[in-house]
Design a protein around this ligand. Structure first.
Ligand SMILES: [Zn+2]
Length: 480
């Protein structure tokens, strides 16, 4: 009998369910993800088991899923720790607001060259779900281990706005920082008439004006050609503070980072669509400042609303996206597509134009797949959550912009249980549930029943994620 077989025999004898693909060995220490009833643990035997905190059983130690034990796992099995995705062409962010989805995400990318970012949360998401970056990364670590997935994954501190947030994300182990400088972009100015822009421009420090005029006027620029003076003034008035803030933050990351960190600049959460000229100037300013970014998320044409199909003209999107891709190629980074969940009509274009060198982020769709499991398996809980989500939609709308209306949702009291999953296909109810994760997860009655249901039906959840995100991936790769 091998040591591995002896280890498994002890676990079985103790009445534990073993996640077979998790069983791993490092320097004579055997570790496995196990389940006792609905509760998950790690089990460890051998010299290294002292790294884990837990209680002694016959021939092994049983260890709760604590932060300390996640850290021990990362130390013993480095494939469970986030790492930079630099050098990988197709990278994809899979936000998991519940800490339950990574196993399904792993199954969705199996057999592809996609490098995944399994831990990806914004400060807004952390606040709404009452989690920390450490919680998010630990959840990914445990599920990567549970699945025995050894392909590597990243952790993205998404939409970070300040140095404090950056420090927090990096000290928690994030391997990617998405910097959002929207608070330093003068979004209202983008809509001003030219004479007001000109007045503001004249009030700017002379060295700023001289720099931009010398760099961009009176010459043929790559990809975008000549830039008119009016247009440059508008760009400078709207963006120059954002550019300074971005350069400052990226230099800060470089000073405090301990390992490679992937850098993304996001300007997608702005009021206006990013023009090619704006994108070029921002990319060029980063290059002039000596900052190498890995990806950039412009605000593309059309509407990328949460959890529903792309709204807009697909051909317009393709033309716009092609120019942004040329700019990204010129500066040597890739485009990043945010709110990428469920945008099936543009995925093949995204793959084709970028030749599969792109970053795509999804997040809320995995929460909706969880609610699909609830709709199928726990109709009473689903009905209560559905009514609650409608009632509390105004609160949720403070955080997310959506255009469907709650009044368009068919009355759930008139529908039988078999129809419930359909609510997650209809745009108005889908969006209502999409943005309700924060209000629902703050409710005790919901949390308890929900997490118990998810523990009971985890295989159904993983299968649903594999199917739904697999559909995203097949389209993204179709013409890449
Ligand atoms: Zn975004």
């Amino acid at each position: 009998m091998t040591d591995r077989e002896r280890f498994l025999e002890k676990l079985n004898a103790a009445g534990l369910n073993v996640y077979v693909s998790s069983v791993s060995e490092s320097g004579g220490t055997f570790t496995a993800a196990v389940r006792k009833g609905l509760e998950k643990y790690l089990a460890a035997a051998g010299n290294g088991k002292d790294l884990f905190e837990g209680t002694e059983e016959d021939g092994f130690r049983i260890c709760p899923l604590t932060h300390g034990n996640a850290a021990a796992l990362r130390q013993l099995f480095p494939f469970t720790a986030p790492q930079s995705h630099r050098g990988h062409r197709f990278t994809m962010g899979f936000g998991d607001r519940l800490g339950l989805a990574t196993a399904g995400h792993i199954r969705a990318i199996r057999g592809t060259d996609i490098f995944p970012v399994f831990a990806q949360q914004s400060i807004r998401e952390l606040n709404l779900t009452h989690r920390t970056f450490a919680d998010v990364i630990d959840a990914a670590t445990f599920l990567v281990f549970q699945e025995g997935y050894r392909g590597g994954f990243g952790a993205d501190g998404d939409h970070l706005k300040t140095k404090e947030e950056i420090r927090y994300a990096l000290s928690s182990g994030c391997s990617m920082i998405t910097l959002d400088c929207s608070e330093h972009i003068d979004q209202q100015a983008a809509l001003l008439p030219q004479e007001k822009i000109d007045a503001r421009y004249r009030a700017l420090p002379e060295e700023i004006r001289t720099h931009y005029e010398k760099t961009y006027l009176g010459r043929e620029l790559p990809v975008i050609g000549r830039l008119a003076e009016d247009e440059l003034r508008r760009i400078v008035v709207v963006f120059y503070r954002g550019v300074l803030h971005a350069a400052d933050c990226f230099r800060y990351i470089d000073r405090i980072r301990e390992a490679d960190v992937d850098l993304e600049l996001s300007i997608d959460e702005t009021l206006t669509i990013t023009t090619p000229a704006e994108h070029f100037v921002i990319g060029n300013e980063m290059a002039l400042a000596g900052i190498r970014i890995d990806s950039c998320a412009p605000h593309f044409s059309g509407y990328f609303e949460k959890g529903i199909e792309y709204i807009g003209c697909v051909d317009d999107f393709a033309r716009d996206f092609e120019v942004h891709e040329k700019i990204a190629e010129h500066f040597g980074y890739k485009l990043s597509l945010h709110s990428g969940s469920d945008k099936f009509s543009v995925f093949s274009t995204v793959g084709r134009v970028t030749k599969g060198n792109v970053h795509v982020k999804t997040a809320g769709t995995s929460w909706l797949e969880a609610m699909r499991v609830v709709a199928e398996k726990e109709p009473a809980l689903y009905r209560r959550a559905h009514r609650f989500a409608i009632e509390h939609r105004p609160e949720a709308e403070k955080y997310y912009h959506v255009t469907t209306k709650a009044s368009e949702i068919p009355n759930i009291d008139l529908e039988s249980d078999v129809f419930l999953p359909e609510y997650l296909n209809l745009a108005p109810s889908r969006q209502t549930m999409h943005i309700a994760y924060g209000v629902l997860l703050s409710e005790d009655w919901f949390r308890k029943a929900f997490f118990r249901a998810m523990a009971e039906h985890e295989e159904e959840y993983y299968a649903g994620l594999e199917r739904h995100l697999g559909r995203h991936i097949r389209l993204l790769l179709a013409e890449a």
